[in-house]
Write a protein that binds this ligand. Structure first.
Ligand code: HEC
Length: 99
């Protein structure tokens, strides 16, 4: 019992970047329907193509974090800051692959 309490406390102090969970990020992107808007803006089809377009805007991890924040602010997701970090981790793992 005491050990579990200690573990719970320890997990609260893990820095955000390390705690970011791509799997949770993927769920959040679907729940928030991010790709519906991207699809509408770019003539329909697969909304994920925006992440792979040849003239894409996002070329660094910092730009990715900023763009997710800007886009999220256009929705009413009620996400916590760590939710944005999960989404950044998901998009990076799946599409951008920054190191
Ligand atoms: C209101 C419509 C809208 C919604 C909703 C939206 N986006 Fe976007 N998103 C855009 C537009 C428009 C662009 C292109 C911006 C540009 O080219 O200047 C974009 C671009 C992006 C890019 C950069 C693509 C590139 O060029 O590399 C990312 C990443 C992104 N959105 C993530 C998200 C995420 C995550 C969500 C859900 C939380 C989301 N967006 C919801 C409209 C939206």
């Amino acid at each position: 019992m005491k050990l579990m309490t200690l573990l719970a406390l320890a997990s609260c102090t893990v820095p955000l970047a390390q705690a970011a969970d791509p799997a949770r990020g993927g769920e959040l992107v679907i729940e928030a329907q991010c790709e519906n808007c991207h699809s509408d803006r770019y003539g329909g089809g697969d909304g994920t193509q925006i992440y792979l377009r040849s003239d894409r805007k996002v070329n660094t991890p910092a730009q990715l974090a900023t763009q997710v924040s800007v886009c999220n602010s256009q929705l009413d997701t009620g996400w916590f800051p760590e939710d944005e970090a999960h989404v950044v981790a998901y998009l990076n793992k799946r599409y951008y692959k920054f190191r």
